[in-house]
Design a protein around this ligand. Sequence first.
Ligand code: ATP
Ligand code: MG
Length: 825
Amino acid sequence: GNDNPYPYLDTLNERQTTAVTYPPDGPLQVLAGPGSGKTKVLTCRVAYLVHHHHLRPDEIVAVTFTNKAALEMKKRLNVLLGEPGANKLVLGTFHSTCVKYLRRYGKSIGLNNNFSIMDYDDAKKMMANFIKPIAQALKEVHIVLKADQVLSEISNAKAKGETPGGMRARAEALGSGGQLLSVMADLYEEYEKGLRAAGSLDFDDLLGYGLKLLRQERHVLNSVKHVLVDEFQDTNTTQYELMRLFAKEGNVTIVGDPDQAIYGWRAADYPNTVEVHLEQNYRSTGAILDASLAIVKQGKSSDKPDKKRIQKGLYTAFGSGVPVTLKQTSNGFNEAEYIADEIKRLIAHTGNLLTFDDFAILLRYNALSRILETTLQKHSIPTRLVGGRKFFERLEVKDVLGYLQLINNPQYHPAFIRVINVPKRSIGEKTLQGLLDRAKEKGLSAMDMTERIADGEDSYHLSMPVNSRKNLVQFVDVIRKLRVQAKNCTRVPEIIESVLEETGYEAYLRRTHADFDTRWENVKELAISGRIYQISYSVTISQEQEARNETSAPASQSAPKKSTPTTADVSTSAAPTESSNTVPRGKKRKATGEASSEAIDLEYAEEEDIASPAADIPAEEEADDSENIDIRGTPLRVFLEASMLATDAQAQDENAVIPRVTICTVHAAKGLEWPVVFVPAVEKGVYPFIKSTEEAQVNEEMRLLYVAMTRAQAVLQLTFADKRMAGKQEIPKELSPFVAACRADGKKSMFEPDYPVISREDRELIASVIGRKPRPEKEAAEIIHAYIVSIPAGKRPWELPWASDTNWRAGGAAFYHNSHNKEHR
Ligand code: ATP
Ligand code: MG
């Protein structure tokens, strides 16, 4: 019988149901292995909190580990809650969640609400500039500093909440041994000044300032009724503190798997936590689960004492399926060739049950991706990179983003430097340096200085070559024009189009780059992604408390549940009266009603100017509000924010109509699943990574391999090479000790060297595990046959990496028999 009004509860097992329907007040912890439906529980629980316990979506904060996981959850909740509801959840990573609160309330801790997020690339350039002038002096005392190294030290410091002063004190305590650290402390200080001058925060700041805001202004969290954290085992100290703030009265659901902990497990300090354990794995076949568990079982003994193990046994109702294979190849190149061939073969041998979308190649670190990308490309296999920021680091993408950043925040120095001579404005190095020096002297940003020069308000124009000055004036005109447009235009693709048009970027790119076509594609992709962000990042924060009057008492907790106007309601009823295009920056403008202007629900933004001013604004607000009100609430800022926090997959995901093989780091693959997973480079020095030597670290490396393997649903292949290029050298490699130690579990072999023929039974199991219908056997057989006859002339089947001499003959015959003998069942 079905007596529950929520159909999704029918898709859950008993334990899952217990967790989903547990009352919202009080801490709940779901501890379970991979693929046991933890994320599914979390997602359903969000829906249930809304449907059954009548929490408003904007009273729920749900935090995931990666952007991609957040997007997955958003998609599922769009279905369970409907899109307008799902859009109001505060759903994202810790970073993106902090950004949302900082934009809205950051002013109370002294942040400008148009702050930029400085990505790693820009931070590195800035740091390199700080190091340059002292490099020679350092060399004399035998210190060579790299920007990466300093940034990593700073990042560690920020994670601990250490200031430059704190770092300096630590250096002094070390005496003469603290020389290097003391230099780092100076650079840290300079770096912080640089960030502030550019009106920007780096990634670590987002968490640090987020923490500061939530600690200092507790009322901003008044509307939060429940917080849910996925992949809890990976929260670091700052994130853990953030969670505790969100979970005021212990209204928290945390979900995690101690065995997948990458950063080490801390028990939650909620003593009355109710624990639910899940034991059925719904993701993977028996062979995959067995092999994965064999890996992780090794690491028990030396783990930290506080680590909670839940080795209650994870089981699957699926059969054993295709065995996990462990393939040895001679070098990294052949490994990539093998994977490419296997992808094609598996598609064929499953009778086209699979598409490229169903494959993932999971890497210990990004550098392993290059050879795979190029090899797969050679085989005409399209790929998508997840977890990197390569797309956003491309020259042409950075150029266009640079303009957008500068329009959004004139103080953002990296953007100014990037675009001032793009396209060429013949502003020479000396002229530019003079301009920058002058700006520094006057305490102005480079952009402000440039505007003054262009307006003839600064005498520096007199010392500029006439031509440069003319071009500078033109540059300022363009920026001003774009600024006005960004203020009035709610569609980011249109702003991008204007940037291209006003700057003549297409012609410039064509003129200066031989590979114009691919670069232009990227520019277009960025414009398309502008559209995507308008959909996938349309998230709002509760409008219940008004930043409009920050000194007023926070809104009552007992406000009637359904009566507070939603963002959409407010924004669609706002009167769009501001139409002036000519208000210069800096002039005080009437502030808008913040309740509506903060709405970044961009689907509505297309219809209404959400930055439109309201009539009755308290006077102190007008005085208090800066010029930046100009583009508050416009999608541009949301787009930039998303671009800075995004990883590559998101730029490509939604508009990717063609199926692609995912190439992804193991870290970025957390929580995700694919029908077929390859894990290359299962070697000593990779698993565990060469730098991880301490026992605890080694155990974490082992768990990382476990995470990678447990992403697979139906087919899992590990590969390793005898030799691999490291820089310009080829170095010998050997199998990872994690795998070597458990090739066999008792009598049972965990890995096969290869598995050349997928039988009909295999096909059927694969189909059921991934929830698809297999093709009728006759059709499948034709596809397989066509594949085999398509093997290129001159290349004999047994020369293919996947078909070793003997098993090809045996397997080939078996295959032929299976597919052509109708009697065979
Ligand atoms: P991980 O630890 O890797 O994050 P997880 O525990 O979060 O895994 P989910 O991603 O939620 O697991 O679920 C794994 C797969 O199992 C998903 O495809 C999900 O839809 C499916 N699943 C979960 N619970 C059930 C269930 N009760 N019945 C059928 N399928 C389920
Ligand atoms: Mg999960």
